[in-house]
Design a protein around this ligand. Structure first.
Ligand code: NDP
Length: 452
């Protein structure tokens, strides 16, 4: 008989924690999850899911316009922010309920309180001591706001989901996933969106062609993208906000939103005190099996700052539960993970960028296709699509596939299988096209455009 209250105590009821809890319970473990906010975590409650719903809403703007060239006419389209937010909230409530049911259906106890470690087997959960043989930390991350005069007048993505009204104009600071996604959302819904990025070009770390192409398309859609734009202060002028830039520029707006990265949410939960080693960025140090410096404490997901994506956290949680409770030891392969930016137009990428591949000393064949999507031949919309393959010249293995344009996330998901399997360019070529699609370009690119 175990002397502990639980075999496993999971701190954090996000996608990763919930998956680990359910799988461990399925292996026969007695499991509890503590969640201080709402079960579902960042992705479901204040991230991927509500973001994508808002992104769909923003796309209708162009759909109404494009439909005219296809013979449709209707009255003037109008948009109501409170309706969108209320419907989005209803859906998030539904998903939150499903997550809770999944836990109870798996016999996992849910403790809706904050949990703090007292020793490697004991936690304070809302003022009550709880013991567990194994502890899994899955507390995720939180928006990082830089120190800056007036930063208290700025919001993060957390608050962007609950604005009482659609801003007339919005300043978004950052050039990564969240900044681009919200620039697309606000711009598409009719706000004037200013996107301020501190460096040379947005999307640092992405393929340079993708970065340049995406920037051009985003600007064409009406976003006021400014690079080398450093904010020095934010002021509140009544209900309005004034953003002052280093170059002296001033932008007045309704809302200033920072999307300048996220930090592991590991503060004040007793980790260091019980001997769990943290990195400089406050992420939890783990090995390939998500084990921390304390043998019975593991950590998964964004709080470990490996690859901060929901499906990665879910897989890490599953691997942990199988390994520790299922007698089946495996760990997550973090190589060649596809990802998407749900900007307008969206971006899908998998594998290596041209720059990464070159830096590793490989000779490459680069294939590129750039075209106007068929849909816009009638609509006349000035939107283009980019597709790119990075191929190792010697082995002809496709090292990376990159796309900017309509449906890029959907297309890249399927293509990721081939890239993960290390398919060669000739295997891509041997794959018959599905016509007429945009995706067919990935199997019909015949001639390398640049050689090195
Ligand atoms: P990112 O790391 O993607 O981007 C942060 C951006 O903010 C970068 O452009 C960075 O510039 C800039 N920045 C950082 N610090 C400052 C500062 N002090 N002042 C001005 N600019 C600054 O972070 P996000 O917040 O967009 O997203 C966090 C993470 O969440 C992502 O990395 C991703 O892992 C995940 N995510 C995934 C999504 C998806 O899969 N679709 C959607 C949303 C989030 P620089 O490049 O110069 O450092």
């Amino acid at each position: 008989m175990s002397t502990f209250d639980y075999d496993l105590f999971v701190v954090g009821g996000g996608s990763g924690g919930v998956r680990a809890a359910r799988i461990a319970a399925g292996h026969g473990a007695k499991v509890a999850v503590a969640e201080e906010s709402r079960v579902g975590g960042t992705c479901v409650i204040r991230g991927c899911v509500p973001k994508k719903l808002l992104s769909y809403a923003a796309h209708f703007h162009e759909d109404f316009e494009d439909a005219r060239a296809y013979g449709w006419s209707s009255g003037e389209a109008t948009f109501d922010w409170p309706t969108l937010i209320a419907n989005k909230d209803k859906e998030i409530d539904r998903l939150n309920g499903i997550y809770k049911k999944l836990l109870s259906g798996s016999n996992v106890a849910l403790l809706e309180s904050r949990a703090v470690l007292l020793d490697p087997h004991t936690l304070d959960v809302g003022g009550k001591k709880v013991t567990a043989k194994e502890i899994l930390i899955a507390v995720g991350g939180w928006p990082e706001m830089p120190v800056l005069p007036g930063i208290e007048f700025a919001i993060s993505s957390n608050e962007a989901f609950h604005l009482p009204r659609l801003p007339k104009d919005v300043v978004i600071v950052g050039g990564g996933y969240i900044a681009l996604e919200f620039a697309g959302i606000f711009n598409g819904l009719g706000a004037r969106a200013h996107l301020l990025y501190r460096g040379e070009q947005i999307l640092r770390g992405f393929d340079n062609d993708v970065r340049n192409f995406a920037a051009t398309e985003i600007v064409k859609k009406g976003v006021n993208l400014r690079t080398h734009a450093d904010v020095v202060k934010i002021e509140a002028i009544g209900e309005r906000r004034r953003v002052t830039l280093k170059d002296g520029g001033i932008i007045d707006c309704d809302v200033v939103m920072y999307a300048t990265g996220r930090s592991p949410k590991t503060d004040g939960m007793g980790l260091r005190e019980v001997g769990v080693e943290l990195a400089k960025d406050a992420s939890i140090k783990v090995d390939a099996f998500s084990k921390t410096s304390i043998g019975n404490i593991h950590a998964i997901g964004d709080c470990t700052n490996r690859v901060n994506l929901t499906p990665v956290a879910i897989k890490e949680g599953h691997a942990y539960a199988d390994t520790v409770f299922g007698g089946k030891s495996w760990c997550v392969d973090h190589a060649t993970i596809a990802s998407a930016v749900f900007s307008h137009p969206p971006i899908g990428v998998v594998g290596r960028t041209e720059e990464e591949a070159r830096a590793s000393g490989l000779a490459l064949d680069i294939y590129k296709a750039e075209f106007k999507p068929l849909k816009h031949t009638l609509s006349g919309r000035d939107e283009r699509t980019l597709m790119k393959l990075v191929v190792d010249r010697e082995s002809q293995v496709v090292l990376g596939a990159h796309m900017v344009g309509m449906d890029a996330p959907e297309i890249i998901q399927a293509l990721a299988i081939a890239v993960k399997m290390r398919a060669t360019k000739s295997q891509f070529d041997a794959t018959m096209a599905v016509h007429p699609t945009a995706a067919e370009e990935f199997v019909t690119m015949r001639t390398p455009v640049a050689a090195a």
